[in-house]
Design a protein around this ligand. Structure first.
Ligand code: UDP
Length: 463
């Protein structure tokens, strides 16, 4: 029995939605809990289990079913059908997994679940154990949905009208809203799931936000007595922040693998802060004309770039551009993003503004150019430029496309001249602040300790 096993004090099952941007923070939270002496098991779908390697970090990974055990969402006829199937099969198999441990030393006392999967609350209630929702978006975005739930913000939002001012939030324009709010009809299945979260949120014993108090301080102050959220982030591997968890150098989950691993060596040959890293995360598929504009914006910047693009997406690049790249750019299907962002050669990150990517950019102090596409990304991009001041948000033209000129202009603003100096200063401050939050005695660290303390005091709901 290793040291960690000997000291395990209670067992928590962490349930994730099977997408990269959900697995990463939930697995990281499971690892944090394990590092503090709890037994943590990650429950995920069978086709993602093999891509997760968390045992060295003390986290066991167990399969539960979403009803599509070969390929998940891609096999489902619609998102709605997928969510319904996950609810049915997931409730049953999650309960079976938890029951496997009952009447043992490792009986499960709490489910921490991705807030998309609201049915986990019913499983916890049925088994008489605690439930904690894990919100994988910013507190700001969470509070916007909460405003709809409480009737302070009405759908559909009129693009021309002024938005009401909301507690703890800066004035927001229509273009800053998450797409689920701005275009509720296009995204009705997501919106339904999100509003369901809001309607049951108070039924949880805890609600965790992957954010930290300093980062969304106005909101944290305004809402502290009005909502149940406890901020515990950023959930980024310890090696990049507090360095307190031995061997915690990566998330330990990757649904794709880089087709080549020479990109770090390539970065090694480039000067300090000189390379532009471009990534739109794991889900976004850009329109062909947008790909072309980014390509020629990069070319016009006259800088080296590393661009992450799934293989089928590269078909959107013109032969003329591909032929012109030479050693100035590298296009790759996937990378270890943390290794890239922390590399000294990276001077700018063109990002879709997914929440994990934003937290990683902030934690590693990389200036950003936001090119948001959908979901919570527009709101995150607004904060990058106007609240945290760690980058620029690229503006779209009348056709909704960010032009090559705009890309080049934004790159220049974050990489050279007076504006870039201010941005770099903010980046350093936020990097320190993220580090402080998760370090021993920091706000997020204390919140996690308080959770563990309360959980162990209560121990079992039935006892
Ligand atoms: N990521 C990665 N390699 C890549 C692209 C993305 O490891 O080439 C990781 C990234 O570090 C982040 C996650 O995938 O943790 C993407 O999550 P995010 O919320 O930023 O965006 P999503 O993919 O959900 O849109």
């Amino acid at each position: 029995m290793n040291k960690r096993m000997e000291t395990q004090k209670g067992h928590v099952v962490v349930l994730t939605y099977p997408a990269q941007g959900h697995i990463n923070p939930l697995l990281q939270f499971a690892k944090r809990l394990a590092s503090k002496g709890l037994k943590a098991t990650l429950a995920t779908t069978p086709y993602t289990v093999k891509s997760i390697h968390a045992e060295p970090a003390g986290v066991q990974v167990e399969p539960i079913s979403d009803g599509f055990d070969e390929g998940g969402y891609k096999q489902a006829p619609s998102l709605q059908a997928y969510m319904e199937s996950f609810k049915q099969a997931g409730s049953r198999t999650l309960a079976e997994l938890i029951k496997k441990f009952s009447n043992t030393d490792a009986a499960v006392i709490c489910i921490v679940y991705d807030s998309m999967l609201t049915w986990a609350v019913d499983v916890a209630r049925e088994l008489n154990i605690y439930s904690a929702a894990f919100v994988p978006v910013s507190a700001t975005v969470f509070s916007l949905f909460r405003s709809i739930h409480h009737g302070h913000l009405h759908l559909p939002v009129n693009p021309q009208a002024r938005l009401p001012s909301l507690p703890g939030l800066p004035p927001l324009d229509f273009s800053d809203l998450p797409s689920f709010i701005a275009e509720p009809v296009t995204h009705s299945a997501y919106l339904t799931a999100i509003m369901e979260q809001q309607s049951i949120i108070e039924e949880n014993d805890w609600v965790f936000g992957n954010t930290f108090e300093e980062l969304e301080s106005e909101l944290a102050k305004a809402m502290s007595s009005l909502w149940p959220m406890v901020m515990i982030g950023p959930m980024v591997p310890s090696a990049y922040l507090d360095q307190q968890i031995e061997g915690d150098t990566s998330y330990g989950a990757s649904l794709w693998n880089p087709t080549s691993d020479h990109y770090l060596k390539w970065l090694d040959t480039k000067p300090l802060n000189s390379v532009i890293y471009v990534s739109f995360g794991s889900m976004v598929s850009l329109a062909a004309n947008q790909v072309e504009e980014i390509a020629y914006g990069l070319k016009a910047s006259n800088r080296h770039f590393l661009w992450i693009m799934k293989d089928h997406e590269t078909e959107k690049l013109s032969m003329e551009f591909l032929r012109s790249i030479d050693d100035s750019g590298l296009i790759l299907n996937w990378c270890n993003q943390l290794e890239v962002l922390s590399h000294w050669s990276i001077g700018c990150y063109i990002t879709h503004c997914g929440w994990n990517s934003i937290l990683e950019g902030l934690s590693l102090g990389v200036p950003m150019v936001g090119v948001p596409q959908w979901s919570d990304q527009p709101t995150n991009a607004k904060f990058v430029e106007d609240v945290w001041r760690v980058g620029k948000r690229a503006k779209t033209n009348e056709e909704g496309v960010v032009s090559r000129e705009e890309i080049e202009k934004c790159i220049s603003k974050v990489m050279v001249g007076e504006s870039s100096e201010e941005i770099k200063r903010s980046c350093c401050q936020w990097r320190e602040s993220a580090r402080r939050a998760v370090s021993k005695g920091g706000s997020s660290d204390k919140n996690i300790d308080a959770f563990i303390g309360a959980l162990l005091k209560k121990k079992s709901k039935s006892s």
